[in-house]
Design a protein around this ligand. Structure first.
Ligand code: NAD
Length: 484
């Protein structure tokens, strides 16, 4: 592993790149080859980053909002300028095709531009008072130092969902990215630095989540938490950070419902798109397709055609539409879910197998499975891979029952020509997002995104003004007229 031709990466704390004595390998998922050495940071390093963020916070909060907005625009411009390089490295490290990586980096720049726009409009209000001597108003103030922890499936975009509104609103940040995509984090940190942000406003600490992530969540000097990841880690963070305001964006197992009156071509394209984009490693992915029994066959046929049209391979090669899965843990889960479904009687119509011949055992074929039943893991749990499991229903009551039979509630797609039915289902399913005649992955940066109440998909809403509001605190000020 001790190769000289690979880069050793560093943390970024208080405006300086700092090496860490311990390191962990960065690996190319398409080949299994080492591509970098990453800091395996200690709790002590995380504490230094918190101290740097704390030292910068008052000054950054006092920086006029138009200046903070300009800083966000400067970061967006740096991202645009480095878009090809960031996308190439993202593709190399994460495994998504270059075109998808390029799209993700473009959205990251948009995220900074959106925060710059919105923060200038973020105000409090004046309120009527029972007592005529009072003038009442509310202000929005930054919460302070934010602990931000992000996953590997969108390692540029998801951090920006917290960093852009956090910076814009005057918070400072300690950011722990996912270990398997920490090079992407370094890329983003570089452009933030090049944009001229003051030292300590954003601090990057690379390492194991259970060590440095845990430290920044539990530390008394962080004031808010932004976390995107699995429900299990989210639960742990909720306990360790108890009492702090937190945004928890967790897993999904989104149903895409296809009724007998649906436009099947449209439904198939959207359902397959939601399952195969980023090799299915999307929280809002098509977790399962619930289809009326009368249309299961023609729908499945269309899904199979789309699955077979994908080109699995090196994500940096032109023409590749699906790369490898990101890491061995997710690949093992995908294999287990497919094997469990087959063992319990489901039928694989397309794919279903790993493809180690393509360069590593993280490649998995785009897969369509019918005859899926409730008890199967592929229906009950989030698979996070390129698999479309199809379950049949006979009437609306059964469709709703199947849709509700999950612990998750992030996003739903439903296809029907009947608007009343669409609204009935949309209102009944406890998910943060319901897309009618569109797949479960449809979302735009300014829209609220998050888990439904009573589900394991998270707490709070990310997106547009919702994140700016969540990352600020409302302060009420009363002014008493003294009559002088
Ligand atoms: P994960 O929970 O394993 O890891 C997420 C992050 O948490 C990583 O950076 C990890 O290092 C860190 N972490 C791990 N243990 C920790 C601890 N004890 N304390 C603090 N931090 C810790 O999730 P993952 O496998 O990286 O990501 C996939 C999951 O994320 C899926 O469930 C997916 O649905 C979910 N996700 C949700 C959204 C959303 O917006 N709702 C978006 C993307 C991904």
């Amino acid at each position: 592993m001790q190769r000289d031709d690979i880069e050793t990466f560093a943390n970024h704390i208080g405006g300086r790149w700092e090496a860490e004595p311990e390191w962990m390998p960065a690996t190319n998922p398409a080949t299994g080859e080492p591509i970098g050495r990453l800091p395996r940071s200690s709790r002590e390093t995380a504490r230094r980053a918190i101290a740097a963020a704390r030292a910068a916070q008052a000054g950054w909060a006092a920086t006029p909002v138009w200046q903070r907005a300009k800083a966000c625009l400067a970061i967006a411009a740096q991202i645009d300028g480095a878009r090809d390089r960031i996308a190439r490295n993202l593709s190399l490290e994460q495994g998504k095709p270059f075109k998808e990586a390029h799209g993700e980096v473009g959205k990251a720049a948009d995220g900074f531009r959106l925060a710059a726009e919105l923060v200038k409009q973020l105000g409090g209000e004046t309120l009527p008072a029972e007592d005529p001597s009072k003038l009442l108003l509310t202000l929005r103030q930054p919460r302070g130092v934010y602990a931000v922890i992000t996953p590997w499936n969108f390692p540029v975009n998801i951090p920006v969902e917290y960093l852009a509104p956090g910076i814009a609103t005057g918070n400072t940040i300690v950011w722990v990215p996912a270990p398997t995509t920490s090079m992407a984090a370094v890329e983003l940190m570089r452009v933030i630095e090049e944009a001229g942000l003051p030292p300590g406003v954003v601090n990057l600490v690379i390492g194991e989540g259970a060590v440095v992530g845990d430290e920044i969540v539990a530390h008394p000097d962080t004031n808010g938490i932004g976390f995107t990841g699995s429900p299990a880690t989210g639960q742990r963070i909720a306990e360790r950070g108890a009492g702090k305001p937190m945004l928890l964006e967790l897993g999904g197992n989104g149903p895409v419902l296809v009724f007998a009156d649906a436009d099947l071509d449209r439904a198939a394209v959207a359902a397959a798109g939601g399952a195969f984009f980023n090799a299915g490693q999307v929280c809002a992915a098509t977790g399962r397709v619930l289809a009326h029994r009368s249309i299961v066959e023609p729908l499945a046929q269309r899904l199979v055609e789309i699955a077979r049209s994908h080109k699995l391979g090196d994500p940096l090669q032109q023409g590749t539409t699906m790369g490898p899965l990101n890491n061995p843990k997710v690949a093992a889960k995908v294999r287990e879910h497919v094997d469990d479904a087959v063992a319990r009687g489901a039928t694989v119509l397309a794919g279903g197998k790993p493809r180690p011949d393509l360069g590593s055992d993280l490649f998995f074929e785009p897969t369509v499975i019918t005859g899926v039943t409730r008890d199967m893991r592929i229906n009950r749990e989030e698979t996070f891979g390129p698999v479309v499991p199809v379950l049949a229903f006979d009437d609306d009551a059964e469709a709703l029952d199947l849709a509700l039979d999950t612990e998750h509630g992030l996003s739903v797609g439903l296809f029907t020509a009947d608007l009343d039915r669409a609204l009935r289902f949309g209102e009944a399913i406890p998910a943060g997002i319901v897309n009618v005649n569109a797949g479960s992955t449809y979302w735009e940066l300014h829209l609220p995104f998050g888990g439904g109440s009573g589900t394991k998909s998270g707490i709070g809403r990310l997106g547009g003004r919702h994140t700016l509001e969540a990352m600020t605190e409302l302060k009420m000020i009363s002014i008493t007229r003294t009559g002088k």
